[in-house]
Design a protein around this ligand. Structure first.
Ligand SMILES: Cc1cc2nc3c(=O)[nH]c(=O)nc-3n(C[C@H](O)[C@H](O)[C@H](O)COP(=O)(O)OP(=O)(O)OC[C@H]3O[C@@H](n4cnc5c(N)ncnc54)[C@H](O)[C@@H]3O)c2cc1C
Length: 421
């Protein structure tokens, strides 16, 4: 597509950018999706493993599946939805974690969330760790759960922002991979892959979007890159947008990485059942046995632990997992597992993290991040969502909302041509 033919450029082809570009396309707007990676999907990324299974290195769960737009998109593509219960809604394996202890932990978790809710009602925007019971027996594991949910420990997280998250409690999966669904939803849109946007100059009548493959002119732009890259000023705006960057800096990306392991003799375990490596500390993995019934373990590492493991290379995830698993299941267990795949999202230059949380005092940064500039620069991405942040459906919603704003501006412009410079 010649750059003169473009009305709107969408920067970043993750779930948000693809949702925006799709909606613009369906409304007859001439859009162009520009993506730095050689593939679509961003943090939605399915790869096919050596046994032919589709594994999601990024998002896998259709959270709030009963109202998740990706569910209908997946079904429209003919994908298969698995509705079996997620591991966190089933009892865990009773290895080093008796049923009585699991019940006690469940109650401690519920009390923590109840205190968190009260804190938010009665206080300024404090760290969520203020809701921990001082010296509580389960604080280590409650913190581990925070690293899985938010990619950081509770002391870093805004209680108010966390409390704004809405979850319907329905969690489904796509057998072919959620990353596949997101990728395919964008596949036929006008698109430039392997093309990094370097800056956006909005001084002139048309925007000038500088890329490493030349400049593109457009009327509007939807910026849908990860908030971590905005916070680091990796996209240069001319004139600069200090308030936007400040909002981005209030919303760091937490860190979570998945390691997939092949498991011999998997039938010994129930499907989709979870085992914590340790129950007395935050730095521990959550091991999901037989995800989707497959002969695998999906290991999840978050927060400081994930950062430490990333710094020590791919192999350190496997070594850590084996040390925790053999500690619970005996030394012979090391002969039953083999690493399949890991992706270090913190070191991935086009993510620099996994999903956003808000720093204490920064709960309102999400609205500030999503705010359009001069009706020409629009913003999308999971971090812009006030109630569904950190998810693929939250990303979709912000992309669709940004596209609707663009469409509204453009229809006003075409009715009143003098309204725009
Ligand atoms: C390990 C892990 C597990 C997760 N699990 C779940 C889950 O189970 N369920 C769920 O709903 N969510 C989950 N998530 C979160 C979910 O994947 C993200 O919230 C969502 O995919 C983010 O979409 P996005 O469009 O906002 O950003 P991204 O997917 O990051 O898309 C942004 C795009 O912008 C591109 N880009 C960056 N810089 C530039 C540039 N300068 N020029 C052009 N392009 C650029 C990037 O390459 C990327 O493709 C998980 C994420 C991770 C990492």
């Amino acid at each position: 597509m010649a750059s003169d033919d473009v009305d709107v450029v969408v920067v970043g082809a993750g779930a948000a950018g693809i949702a925006a570009a799709r909606r613009l396309h369906d409304a007859g707007v001439r859009g162009l999706l520009v993506e730095a990676r050689p593939r679509l999907g961003g943090r939605a990324w399915t790869v096919i493993d050596e046994s032919g299974y589709a594994i999601d290195l990024g998002c896998g769960w259709l959270h709030s599946a009963d109202r998740n737009p990706w569910r209908d998109i997946a079904m429209g593509q003919g994908a298969s939805i698995d509705k079996s219960l997620p591991p966190w809604m089933r009892p865990s394996l009773e290895i080093g974690f008796s049923r009585a202890e699991q019940d006690e932990f469940g109650e401690a978790m519920e009390s923590f969330f109840a205190r968190l809710e009260r804190l938010v009602r009665n206080n300024a925007d404090v760290p969520a760790a203020a809701a921990l019971e001082p010296g509580g027996r389960w604080n280590g594991l409650i913190n581990a759960v925070s690293t899985y949910i938010s990619g950081a420990e509770w002391d870093q997280i805004s209680a108010r922002d966390f409390d704004r998250y809405r979850d319907s409690g329905v969690n489904w999966r796509v057998i072919e991979g959620l990353g596949t669904v997101v990728r395919d939803y964008g596949a036929d849109l006008p698109l430039m892959l392997d093309c990094r946007v370097l800056g956006i100059d909005y001084r002139g009548k048309r925007l000038r979007i500088e890329t490493d493959k030349g400049a593109i002119a457009a009327d509007q732009v939807v910026v849908a890159i990860p908030v971590s890259l905005l916070a680091k000023g990796q996209l240069a705006f001319t004139p600069a947008l200090p308030q936007k960057i400040a909002a981005a800096q209030g919303l760091p990306l937490g860190l979570d990485d998945k390691l997939f392991l092949a498991l011999d003799g998997a039938e010994e375990f129930d499907r989709d059942v979870r085992l914590f490596g340790r129950t007395d500390r935050a730095a521990t993995g959550a091991y999901q046995f037989r995800p989707l019934g497959r002969p695998q373990i999906e290991a999840y590492f978050g927060g400081k632990l994930a950062a430490d493991l990333e710094a020590n290379g791919d192999g350190s995830f496997f070594d850590f997992a084996v040390s925790e698993l053999t500690g619970l299941l005996g030394n012979d267990f090391s002969r039953r597992v083999r690493p399949i795949r890991i992706h270090r999202w913190g070191l991935d230059p086009f993510s620099l993290g996994s999903y956003s949380f808000a720093l204490p005092g920064s709960a309102d940064c999400r609205q500030a991040l999503a705010e359009p500039v001069e009706d020409r620069l629009f913003f999308a991405g999971e971090a812009c969502s006030v109630s569904d942040f950190s998810t693929a459906h939250g990303a979709w919603q912000t992309g669709a909302a940004a596209a609707d704003q663009v469409i509204a501006v453009r229809s006003n412009v075409s009715r009143v041509p003098s309204a725009r410079v």
